[in-house]
Ligand binder design. Structure first.
Ligand code: T5A
Length: 220
């Protein structure tokens, strides 16, 4: 009998929203429910993808063109899908990914101003209809996120952007969530961790009761 495909779950939000922190909680919740889970991240997730991540996040004094940034994000994603995400889903393993294409719509689209239609062309080309089954959007005020991120490490190329850029990114995410309420669940990430985890547990438990969508392409 063919195995059910794994489920593809992504975590999104602005800098310092708590994605890495919450990823561990969600992974443990899925494992407790008897699921096999692979955790990964974007940009990155494969050896080549991690090299592209270093280029994308590094401090390049000469900057990087917006189109270059967009294409590198999707180059890393194409590799990630082919080498890691699709094989795992095909084996029935759930994939839990720190950021995916919603980040591209939010950062390169709403943040940088690249037209949504151009990003959609890349999405269709690279993903061939494949999309997350569930997206957890950790939402909080920009100042709070940047304050949390700043506590932790030196700013990377994105974290060096202005408050106005991150306001646009946050707004972009909220618009995505409003357009796809079944897939994208907004979590109030401004609360102390226990409150965030309560919301995550509720969403994950509901999600696990729902039937597997089966919306997975047969080849990358
Ligand atoms: N990018 C990515 C694009 O532009 N386009 C794309 O298509 C993709 C895929 C990747 C960068 O690339 C960009 C977006 C990003 O700028 P990243 O490392 O994935 O970078 O993203 P960051 O946002 O930089 O990740 P951070 O590690 O900064 O933020 P997290 O993971 O959201 O936050 P986390 O968990 O490290 O928490 C930050 C601090 O807050 C505390 C934690 O303990 C930690 O100290 N914290 C809380 N404190 C109080 N209450 C809570 N509820 C807390 N939750 C966490």
């Amino acid at each position: 009998m063919p195995r059910n495909p794994g489920r593809f779950i992504t975590i999104e939000g602005i800098e310092g929203a708590g994605k890495s922190t919450c990823l561990a909680f969600v992974r443990d919740r899925l494992i407790q429910a008897g699921r096999a889970v692979l955790t990964t991240r974007e940009p990155g997730g494969t050896p080549l993808g991690e090299e592209l991540r270093a280029l994308l996040l590094g401090h390049r004094q000469e900057g990087m063109g917006e189109d270059t940034e967009l294409l590198l994000m999707f180059a890393a994603r194409a590799e990630h899908l082919a080498q890691k995400i699709l094989p795992a889903l095909g084996q029935g393993t759930d994939v839990l990914c720190d950021r995916f294409t919603d980040a591209t719509y939010a950062y390169q689209g709403a943040g940088r101003g690249i037209a949504r239609e151009r990003i959609a062309v890349m999405e269709a080309w690279v993903q061939k209809g494949m999309r997350p089954d569930l997206t957890l959007l950790l939402d909080l005020p920009v100042e709070q996120g940047l304050e949390r991120a700043g506590r932790r490490s030196a700013a990377d190329r994105f974290e060096s952007e202005t408050g106005r850029f991150f306001q646009a990114v946050r707004q972009g995410y909220l618009e995505l969530a409003a357009a796809e309420p079944d897939r994208i669940k907004r979590i109030d990430a401004s609360l102390p961790l226990a409150g965030v985890e309560r919301q995550l547990a509720e969403v994950i438990d509901d999600f696990l009761k729902s039937p597997v969508s089966g919306l997975k392409p047969t080849s990358p």
